[in-house]
Design a protein around this ligand. Structure first.
Ligand code: NDP
Length: 471
C-alpha cells in the first residue's frame, strides 16, 4: 500500500515488508518515510488544523458517524487484514473491528459536546461586574504513535477523539501492523474527512516516530506502547501535552470465597487473548493457599483446551505472536522460571512464532515472569497467605494499569479498590476488561493521562478563560 501524506497517497523507493507472523509470508509493503516526509506531514497538519477548526462539531460528528458505518459494512475485509498482519485469531480480529467502529462513533458523539463552564468570578475578593467562562479549543497538531497489538482500536482511540476535537493528526502506526491504519485512512477520506486533517506515514519508530514527537509544531502527543519508548518520547518532546499508555504485568487475586468457575474462565480470557499480547493481560495470579489446588484443577483443563495455530483458521483460539523473536523471548522466560524452581504445568513449547499457552505454578516475585512485562501467552501462579500478602504483592511492581480480585467479601473488595495502585480495578472479573467509553489509563510507570473518547477529547483540547469586564 501507499502511505497518505499531505493530502495524497504516495510511494517511496524504500519500503518495509509487512509479513504474516504465522508463516512469514509477505502480505504487502509500505513506503519507508524519511525525515523530509515527517517535515511535510507536520506542515500539512498545521494547515489541516485550520480546516478542522473551521468545521462545526456537528460536521465533524457526521464524518465520524459515516466512518463508523463504513467500518461496520467492511468488517470482514478489515478483520482479515488486521488478523493477517497482527496474528490474532480471526474471531478477535472481527471483535476489534466492531469495537473500533464503536470508538469512532463515540468520538463523533463527543464532537457535539465540546463545552466550557461559567466561572464563579465573584467568589474572588472585590470582584464585581465580571462575567467569566471557559472555552475549549483544539490543540492544533496531534501526533499519534501506536503499537502493534490492537492495531486498529488503539489508533481509533487517538484519531477519533483528535479529529472530533477539531485537530489535525499525524499518525505513525507500528511497523508490524501498518496496513489496517492505512485502510482506516481510506475510509475516513471516503466519509468526507478533509484530506489535510490526517497524514499516516510509515517507517521506523526511531526516525519517523521520534521526528514527529520532537517537532515543536506538534502540541499534543498521544502514545501507546512500551515504557522504554514512552520514556524516550518524553525525553525529546519538549513543551507539549502528552498521554502515555504504557505496559504492565497485571495481578489477579483469588481469595478463598471466589467463584472458581468464573476464576478459571477469566484466567483464560484475561491471560491468553491475543496470545497474551494485551497491556491488561492477567500475568501474576496471586492465589490464597487454601484454594490453590481447587484453582489449579479448575483452570488447567481450560488452558489445555486452547488451540494455538493459524490465526485465520476458525478453530484457532490463539494465533502466533507478532514476531518470532518475541516468541523466543517468552519461551526463554518460561524456561528460566522452570529452572529457578517453578513448575510448567501446561504449554510453553514454541514452534516458529507460536507459543503453546502456558500455566506456570510456583513462581516467585523475583522471577522475570513476575517482575517484567511478559506480553505473551503464559500466566504465573503464586501462592499467598491472605489478602494482606496478596495486596502487598499486587503493588510490588513498577506498573499499575489494571488489577482484578475474586471474592464475595465486600470489605476485602473495597480494600483492594482503595489500596491497589492501578488505574483500572476489577472486582469479580479479570484485569483484561475495558469498554471503549470508560476512562482508561495507568498509574505509576504504566503511564499518564486517560483515553476513552470523552476523556481523550479533554486531553486533546486546551482551555481558555474568557472574562467580560462590564461597567
Ligand atoms: P513499542 O513501544 O515498541 O512501539 C510502539 C510504537 O512506538 C510503534 O509505532 C513504534 O514504531 C514506535 N516507536 C519506536 N521507537 C520510537 C521512538 N524512539 N520514538 C517514537 N516512536 C517510536 O511497542 P509495541 O508496538 O511492541 O507494543 C507493545 C507495548 O505496548 C507493550 O509494552 C504494551 O503493554 C503496550 N501497550 C499499552 C497499552 C495501554 O493502553 N497502556 C495498550 C496496548 C499496548 P516501530 O513499530 O516502527 O518500532
Amino acid at each position: 500500500m501507499k502511505f497518505f501524506l499531505n493530502g495524497s497517497w504516495q510511494d517511496r523507493d524504500e519500503v518495509l515488508e509487512v509479513t504474516n507472523p504465522y508463516d512469514g509470508s509477505v502480505i504487502d509493503t509500505v513506503p519507508k518515510a524519511s525525515s523530509d516526509d515527517v517535515n511535510t506531514a507536520i506542515a500539512a497538519a498545521v494547515e489541516g488544523a485550520k480546516v478542522m477548526e473551521a468545521l462545526t462539531g456537528y460536521e465533524r460528528f457526521l464524518i465520524l458517524r459515516k466512518t463508523a458505518d463504513l467500518m461496520r459494512e467492511r468488517q470482514e475485509e478489515l478483520a482479515q487484514v488486521l488478523s493477517s498482519e497482527e496474528g490474532k485469531a480471526i474471531a478477535e480480529g472481527r471483535m476489534e473491528i466492531d469495537r473500533s467502529a464503536q470508538t469512532i462513533e463515540l468520538s463523533g458523539e463527543e464532537a457535539k459536546r465540546l463545552s466550557g463552564e461559567v466561572l464563579p468570578l465573584d467568589g474572588g475578593k472585590d470582584v464585581r461586574n465580571k462575567l467569566g467562562f471557559t472555552l475549549r479549543v483544539p490543540c492544533g497538531v496531534v501526533a499519534a504513535v501506536t503499537p502493534f497489538n490492537f492495531p486498529l482500536n488503539l489508533v481509533c482511540h487517538k484519531v477519533g477523539p483528535a479529529l472530533a476535537a477539531g485537530n489535525a493528526v499525524v499518525l505513525k502506526p507500528a511497523s508490524d501492523t501498518p496496513l489496517i491504519s492505512l485502510k482506516l485512512v481510506e475510509i475516513l477520506l471516503e466519509a468526507g474527512m478533509p484530506p489535510l486533517a490526517l497524514s499516516c506515514i510509515t517507517g521506523s519508530g526511531r526516525t519517523v516516530g521520534q521526528g514527529i514527537c520532537s517537532d515543536p509544531r506538534v502540541r499534543k502527543i498521544s502514545f501507546t506502547g512500551s515504557k522504554e519508548v514512552g520514556e524516550l518520547i518524553c525525553s525529546v518532546a519538549g513543551i507539549k501535552k502528552v498521554t502515555m499508555e504504557l505496559g504492565s504485568n497485571c495481578p489477579m487475586i483469588v481469595l478463598p470465597d471466589a467463584d472458581m468457575d468464573l476464576v478459571a474462565q477469566q484466567t483464560v480470557a484475561s491471560g491468553f487473548a491475543n496470545a497474551g499480547q494485551v497491556c491488561i493481560s492477567a500475568q501474576r495470579l496471586l492465589v490464597v493457599d487454601s484454594v490453590h489446588d481447587d484453582f489449579m484443577s479448575a483452570v488447567l483443563p481450560k488452558v489445555e483446551g486452547l488451540i494455538a495455530g493459524n490465526q485465520l483458521d476458525e478453530g484457532s483460539n490463539i494465533g502466533p505472536m507478532v514476531r518470532e523473536s518475541d516468541a523466543v523471548r517468552v519461551e526463554s522466560w518460561i524456561q528460566e522460571a522452570g529452572a529457578a524452581g517453578a513448575s510448567i504445568v501446561a504449554g510453553g513449547q514454541r514452534s516458529g512464532a507460536i507459543v503453546q499457552p502456558a500455566l506456570v505454578d510456583g513462581v516467585t516475585s523475583d522471577m522475570r515472569i513476575s517482575r517484567e512485562e511478559l506480553f505473551g501467552p503464559a500466566v504465573g501462579v503464586q501462592r499467598v497467605k491472605d489478602v494482606d500478602e496478596a495486596i502487598r504483592l499486587a503493588n510490588d511492581s513498577e506498573f499499575g494499569l489494571s488489577a482484578g480480585i475474586f471474592t464475595q467479601d465486600i470489605d476485602a473488595a473495597v480494600r483492594f479498590a482503595r489500596e491497589v495502585q492501578s488505574g483500572n480495578i476489577h472486582i469479580n472479573w479479570g484485569p483484561m476488561w475495558r469498554t471503549d467509553c470508560m476512562p482508561y489509563g495507568g498509574l505509576k510507570d504504566s503511564g499518564l493521562g486517560r483515553e476513552g473518547p470523552k476523556y481523550a477529547v479533554e486531553e486533546m483540547t486546551e482551555m481558555k478563560s474568557v472574562v467580560i469586564h462590564s461597567k
